[in-house]
Design a protein around this ligand. Structure first.
Ligand code: TGC
Ligand code: FAD
Length: 391
């Protein structure tokens, strides 16, 4: 939590280790990432040379055990790092989220010992990059309808199908791919590891994005792609398996989005104190102050929600619906804050000389991916009423 925006002294609730890890992430973002992000966003590129740094700093799979080369830290520390990374850019946090929650977590949770000992240390050190293929061109909010299929053949499986909007897809060494497999006359969703070299596996980058420009987003195509039996994640089974991964990633997003909001708020406060219009700084006008107050209040509430969520997760009491509430609230709040901040900067707010428009555009994606705002609203509605709006 940045000192300036720590209105309720949440810093006091953090352990020394949590503060230390947070400070390492803060320094990395300030010194190594922020000086480059404007160019990356303009050129639509991810700073590839920083990938090994994320590994060296222990930010990949950081809650997983040390026996696999991971940091073995708690979930509050993971949340604080996500917040700092997204204060830099949502694309940076997304890189770490996908690698940690959507690639390493399923390998750790559903993988064989051989899969874990081969992949986890490589993914933790960033020697290997992974991606997570769930969404398809015609199945976004309803992944259970997926068309991608695995068929048993010659000591392994043959995959056919297309995955779209896949973060890190075309720069990954391994893809965690979700596909339907017929078992005892029924289709069951299973997880498969597909290495980039596999014949029949092609990927390409999606062009023309105005959001997440400093992040790689791809389409993955599987055409009679054969993979050996040992590439099946043996513990996976049913839609619940990918949804369990999403719960991990959504947790990091709930924290992360507040980082983007903090960047926008801090920029707007600074600007409001210095921009003279009519006869005084615009920060002296009541309407501008009302906007700043609303921003800080919402940031404070979001931080409290994330902190409590982290404590519930560390205590093993967190339910997916708890995560839905924090993801829904904190991302839509961050988007609102970014729009208010953009307004305070007037015309200057639309240029990338300031970070606000970049965060605002990114947050449009963050509000959509990992379950849209409405999908989380309906998930909580189902929890309250016991009645599903999805059927
Ligand atoms: P439903 O009947 O609700 O669930 C099937 C089974 O799964 C269990 N479950 C969960 N488990 C863990 N975590 C969750 N979040 C869970 N949600 C449900 C559930 O208890 C059930 O278990 P069981 O034992 O009864 O089999 O399934 P449904 O078909 O009704 O779908 C529900 C719905 C709409 C909420 C779900 O499909 C959904 O979440 N849709 C949104 C899709 C989504 O979020 N896609 C994200 C793709 S990945 C991505 O965007 C990466 S972005 C990059 C980055 O993270 O930075
Ligand atoms: P749709 O499902 O078509 O939704 C469109 C609209 O309809 C939304 O407003 C939605 O809320 C609404 N809607 C849908 N169903 C209902 C309903 N039942 N009731 C009310 N409203 C409803 N996916 C991956 O698998 N891996 C990744 O790494 C990944 N990275 C991504 C990176 C980026 C930059 C982006 C933009 C997306 C990424 N995604 C990824 C995909 C993302 O998860 C999906 O875009 C998301 O789940 C929404 O699906 P959709 O885009 O098909 O929207």
């Amino acid at each position: 939590m940045a000192q300036d925006v720590d209105y309720y002294h949440l810093e006091e609730l953090l352990s020394e280790e949590e503060r230390m890890v947070r400070d390492v992430a803060r320094r990395f973002v300030d010194e190594e990432f922020l000086p480059r992000v404007q160019r990356c966003f303009r050129e639509s590129s991810f700073p590839m040379d920083l990938i090994p740094r994320l590994g060296q700093l222990g930010f990949l799979g950081m809650t997983l055990p040390t026996q696999y080369g991971c940091a073995g830290l708690n979930n509050v520390a993971y949340g604080l790092v996500s917040q700092e990374l997204e204060r830099g850019d949502s694309g940076l946090r997304s890189f770490a989220s996908v690698q940690s929650s959507l690639v390493m977590y399923p390998i750790y949770t559903f993988g064989s010992e051989a899969q874990k000992s081969f992949w986890l240390p490589r993914l933790a050190s960033a020697e290997a990059v992974g991606c997570f293929g769930l969404t398809e061109p015609d199945f976004g909010s309803n992944p259970g309808g997926m068309i991608t299929r695995a068929k048993r053949e010659k000591g392994g499986f043959v995959l056919n199908g297309t995955k779209r909007w896949i973060t890190n897809g075309s720069i990954s060494d391994v893809a965690v791919v979700w596909a339907k497999l017929e078992q005892d006359g029924k289709d069951v969703i299973r997880g498969f590891l597909v290495e980039k070299e596999r014949k029949g596996f092609t990927r390409h980058e999606i062009e023309g994005k105005f959001s997440f420009r400093a992040s790689v987003t791809s389409e993955l195509i599987f055409e009679d792609c054969w993979i050996p039996e040992e590439n099946l994640l043996p513990g996976s089974g049913g839609l619940k398996s990918p949804l369990m991964c999403l719960t991990q990633a959504r947790y990091g997003i709930a924290w992360g989005a507040t980082g983007a909001a903090i960047a926008c708020y801090e920029c707007a406060v600074d600007y409001a104190k210095n921009r003279i219009m009519f006869s005084k700084p615009i920060g002296g006008y009541q309407l501008v102050q009302a906007k700043l107050v609303s921003m800080l209040t919402e940031i404070t509430k979001a931080q409290l929600l994330s902190f409590r969520l982290g404590k519930l997760k560390d205590a093993g009491k967190m339910r997916p619906e708890h995560v839905s509430m924090a993801k829904m609230n904190n991302v839509s709040t961050a988007l609102h804050i970014a729009r208010l901040a953009r307004d305070i900067l007037g015309a200057n707010g639309i240029t990338d000389e300031y970070p606000i428009i970049r965060h605002m555009l990114n947050l449009e994606t963050v509000n959509t991916y990992e379950g849209t705002e409405d999908i989380h609203r309906l998930t909580i509605g189902r929890d309250i009423t016991g009645l599903s709006a999805f059927e």
